[in-house]
Design a protein around this ligand. Structure first.
Ligand code: CU
Length: 164
């Protein structure tokens, strides 16, 4: 049931919008359309076995991605200062996508580790996102992001999300 994905949190100041989980991965339709193309091809050849195989694959893929969701970090305010508390009260799954919306001349998104998150330091080789419209897929476990413009992370422009 997708209606009860959010853990109740007595200290949360606002309830997250439940509508976010209904957004599915964009590649889902891509996979479906390719699979359906193969399906049509195999039907043309009259191969019942191939048709069955493709249909099974389609069902399998559907099950795999159906639960993935896209979350807009910070909600309407986007990726900005004091966004650090945004994940509170929300549940995330591996494969879910975080959408970071921001002005790329003022901010960026850097994938860091636990130490980078707590110290607001970017280690060499860290992945830097800077389009202003970044979609980042969550991996299982902890995911840490900061803005490494001077002083921003220290002003709460940091994010720690745990995906199950
Ligand atoms: Cu910033």
């Amino acid at each position: 049931m997708t209606s009860s994905i959010y853990r109740p949190s007595s200290s949360a100041s606002h309830r997250p919008s439940p509508s976010t989980r209904h957004t599915r991965h964009s590649h889902f339709c891509f996979i479906c359309s390719i699979s359906l193309s193969f399906l049509r091809m195999s039907q043309g050849r009259g191969s019942a076995v191939a048709t069955l195989m493709v249909m099974s694959l389609l069902v399998l893929l559907h099950c795999e991605v159906a639960e993935a969701a896209t979350y807009t970090v910070g909600g309407a305010g986007g990726w900005t200062f004091n966004v650090v508390g945004w994940p509170k009260g929300k549940s995330f799954r591996a494969g879910d996508i975080l959408q970071f919306n921001y002005d790329p001349s003022s901010h960026n998104v850097v994938g860091v580790g636990r130490v980078g998150y707590s110290t607001c330091k970017t280690l060499q080789g860290a992945k830097v996102y800077q389009t202003g419209n970044d979609k980042i897929r969550l991996v299982k476990g902890q995911n840490f992001f900061i803005c490494n413009f001077p002083g921003h992370c220290e002003s709460g422009m940091k994010l720690a999300v745990t995906a199950v």
